[in-house]
Design a protein around this ligand. Structure first.
Ligand code: AMP
Length: 394
């Protein structure tokens, strides 16, 4: 189908029609699995109506999709009643996946790195169905296999596939070896550390991955940071750490994607007491103020009082642990962190924007840091701000 929303609706409908045959729930990235079941929460009654009557909702407008669905859809009031009964006995949709699909064995998709923030919600839908984190790959080539799939996603490591490409690793240790290079008459200081080969990486250290693949891509920097956790035979086992280019920096601070994820997780605990959650988040540095400050965008699943959100804002500010950030905040070289709460559906608009540009939904990752060159996304976020708060933590 040419429209993602219509396709997702029909995908859910097919899942319900064949609910006993579903053995596996999977998508490339965990984000899309969560999105599918969040959508289910909104449309389940309409899905049941379609099943009861055997007629597809008029919302689905593409003739090719309608005729494909017409072949599968027959009036089935028993099934509609069964699904309605199942849905109404769930508490806050906990265990939705095994309830709908009683024969499901596991849930599979990339759940590490920037997908970790969706794990909590996925576990909620999955109840005791195991979550299996998929391998580590990219459009440029596969990188590593999750050889211990029964470990929880938080502990997943990836054994590098040594024959799938040629891998090199740029060490990211702080004490970068500085060396002088002669370039004609000019001497200059090069801060870029020399990459090491696959077997030269050291356990416990972090690296950026470089790939040379059989397609002819030569020494391409993936932009991913990995940590070596050990070896599987002679190939390193890596933990995915974060994207290298997600960085909030104003002064001497360098806050990574991981720092941001940690801060959001800490602050989200304050609203989880009220059975609410952060649906999605992003960030930006605002240097239009003097001094500049971090801005965190949150979409929340319900109403939260100003008092709690002020606390969340303070907690976010305190939870950025980078030394440069903390010291800059103390001397006011970075201004108070700002929490901007956006309206429901804002991150859906961000997704729609990327899909409109031709991005594949299966590869979508919410941008965690929106830089000045990403005007359109920044505009979507800023246009949808419902409330904002400034930290008083320092
Ligand atoms: P793409 O080329 O758009 O499909 O995205 C590839 C990127 O997704 C990689 O460079 C990583 O940043 C991320 N990615 C892929 N697999 C994993 C994984 N198992 N864990 C964490 N991030 C991953």
């Amino acid at each position: 189908g040419p429209d993602f929303h219509q396709s997702l609706y029909c995908h859910l409908l097919c899942g319900l029609i064949f609910h006993e045959e579903i053995q596996l729930v999977s998508s490339t990235f965990a984000h899309s699995i969560v999105l599918a079941f969040r959508t289910f929460e909104q449309v389940w009654e309409e899905l049941c109506d379609d099943i009861r009557e055997g007629v597809l909702t008029s919302r689905i407008t593409f003739p090719s999709v309608r005729s494909a669905m017409a072949k599968l859809l027959k009036p089935n009031p028993e099934l509609a009643d069964l699904i309605e009964k199942k849905c109404s006995r769930l508490s806050n949709w906990y265990g939705l996946i095994p309830e709908l699909f009683p024969n499901v064995k596991y849930i599979y998709g990339i759940m590490t790195g920037s997908m970790e923030p969706y794990l909590k919600k996925l576990r909620h839908y999955a109840a005791d169905v195991p979550l299996i984190s998929a391998d580590y790959g990219s459009s440029e080539g596969w990188i590593g296999a999750n050889i211990n799939p029964s470990l929880p996603p938080e502990s997943a490591t990836y054994a590098v596939l040594p024959n799938i490409g040629y891998f090199e690793f740029i060490p990211l240790k702080e004490n970068v070896e500085e060396h002088m290079q002669e370039n004609g008459n000019v001497s200059f200081l090069s801060m870029e550390p020399k990459p090491v080969d696959l077997t030269e990486v050291r356990v416990g250290e972090e690296y950026e991955v470089i790939i040379t693949n059989f397609g002819g891509l030569y020494r391409y920097k993936l932009g991913d940071v990995v940590k070596v956790m050990g070896f599987h035979n002679s190939t390193p086992e890596m933990k995915f750490v974060c994207r290298r280019n997600v960085m909030l920096a104003i002064n001497i601070d360098k806050s990574t994607e991981q720092d941001l994820q940690f801060a959001v997780e800490e602050a989200a605990k304050l609203i989880s007491k009220k059975k609410l959650e952060v649906i999605d988040f992003s960030s930006n540095v605002d240097v239009s103020t003097d001094p500049g400050h971090y801005v965190i965008f949150w979409e929340i699943s319900g109403e939260v009082s100003d008092e709690v959100l002020t606390e969340c804002c303070n907690c976010l500010d305190r939870s950025f642990v980078d030394g440069g950030y903390v010291s800059s905040r103390k001397v006011d070289a970075i201004g108070p962190l700002e929490l901007r709460v956006v309206r429901r559906g804002t991150f859906q608009k961000v997704l729609d924007h990327y899909l409109g540009l031709g991005a594949a939904l299966s590869q979508f990752k919410t941008p965690r840091c929106v830089g000045p060159t990403n005007n359109k996304v920044l505009q979507i976020l800023c246009d949808n701000v419902a409330k904002n708060y400034f930290s008083t933590a320092f």
